[in-house]
Design a protein around this ligand. Structure first.
Ligand code: MTE
Length: 358
């Protein structure tokens, strides 16, 4: 893992650890934290459901499971800061970790449907949003507070949104939110609140620091130190994105036909429908072979064979989603002061090693 920070713990795996398999093994799943990782006793954990509901309720893990059953969904999580390093190359982004392309991963999540819990509580017709609160207190927030965020009620009512206690058939590890986390497929990872202990139905988005002041897209000319809560645009649905998984960026490879692989993710309720690869920095393009589509909420792996020539070579990749959206070419065009949502074309620098120089 590349560790971007020890406390709070932030780390992403090498590209190769994500290659060629839809489900990410737990030990290769990136970890993004804004505070300490709480050690919670599953037996003592309770979830409070309150706000604009007919009946405020409190649930243990066993009660939730017994009342609402368990449902599974394969879903990709993608941090809003994924691929920030590509924006840092355009212009420095002080104070934010230079995440590479692996702050994203996919798991089979199992838990109860949030929609069932909300229906049971009885949602008031005036409600528009559903907020989540985690147990971890972040000192990075002003003032320090538990990590939280919200999603629109219409998304919260969709069957894919889970209160999950299992990941790839195993109990959720503490670092990924044990005993229970929210999983909001198609949205930035920040809305999938870990160590969740409270769900609040409201008539406005959450006022939590991580909703009002972080995870917002600011125009390029804005100084983030001079912003007020609510400035910029809240990030929610993930835009179509892709990157290479093998070979590694900067790799030296034998000249000749070389297999390159990667992932593409559409976000929202869109899917990846096409990926193109350019072996020569954008002069020509070939269509990549697409791997399995493991449901609406999962990324799609792809592969292509490119001809590697002696010396430096820039290989590009770009994906389209089912809304016909294409990734933007240029990282400079999507640069923003906090370095979120870099979905510009993926760039892979290869060095071709010819037989007689090997
Ligand atoms: N939930 C809590 N309680 N605290 C956090 O710091 N980080 C969020 C989200 N949920 C966070 C959280 C962010 S920004 C992301 S990208 C995902 O968790 C990362 O989930 P993972 O660490 O399981 O990969």
């Amino acid at each position: 893992m590349t560790v971007h920070g020890v406390t709070p713990f932030n780390a992403e795996p090498p590209r190769a650890a994500l290659a060629d398999r839809v489900l990410t093994p737990l030990d290769a799943f990136y970890s993004r934290n804004h505070g300490p990782i709480p050690a919670l006793d599953p037996g003592g954990w309770r979830l409070r459901v309150d706000g604009l509901v007919g009946r405020t309720s409190s649930w243990s893990l066993t009660e939730l499971r017994d009342r609402f059953g368990s449902h599974s969904e394969t879903a990709t999580l993608q941090c809003a800061g994924n691929r920030r390093a590509g924006l840092v190359e355009v212009r420095d982004i002080p104070g934010e970790a230079p995440w590479g392309p692996t702050a994203t991963a996919t798991a089979r999540w199992t838990g109860v449907r949030l929609a069932d819990v909300l229906d049971d509580a009885g949602v008031d017709p005036a409600a528009t949003d559903v907020a989540f609160l985690g147990t971890d207190v972040s000192e990075a927030a002003t003032p320090p507070q538990e990590f939280g965020g919200s999603i629109p009620l219409r998304k919260a009512r969709m069957p894919e949104v889970l209160l999950a206690w299992e990941m790839n058939g195993e109990p959720l590890p503490p670092v990924h939110g044990a005993p229970v986390r929210v999983v909001v497929p198609g949205y930035i990872g920040a809305r999938s609140v870990k160590w969740v202990h409270r769900v609040t139905v409201a008539d406005r988005p959450s006022q939590n620091f991580f909703q009002t002041s972080t995870y917002r897209l600011l125009p390029p000319d804005v100084d983030p130190a001079r912003t007020a809560p609510g400035d910029g645009v809240a990030l929610g649905l993930v835009a179509v994105n892709a990157d290479f998984l093998a070979p590694d960026d900067g790799a030296e490879v034998d000249c000749g036909p070389t297999r390159v692989t990667g992932y593409a993710f559409a976000g929202g309720d869109r899917t990846v429908v096409r990926v193109d690869v350019s072996p020569d920095g954008g002069s020509s393009w070939i269509q990549a072979d697409l791997g399995e589509q493991a449901g609406t909420w999962a990324w799609r792996h792809w592969s292509a064979t490119v001809d590697v020539r002696p010396g430096e070579q820039l290989v590009l990749a770009r994906a389209w989603d089912s809304s016909a959206a294409l990734q933007p070419a240029d990282p400079a065009s999507v640069w923003n002061p906090k370095g979120y949502a870099n979905n510009s074309w993926a760039r892979l620098r290869l060095r071709g090693r010819s037989a007689h120089t090997a």
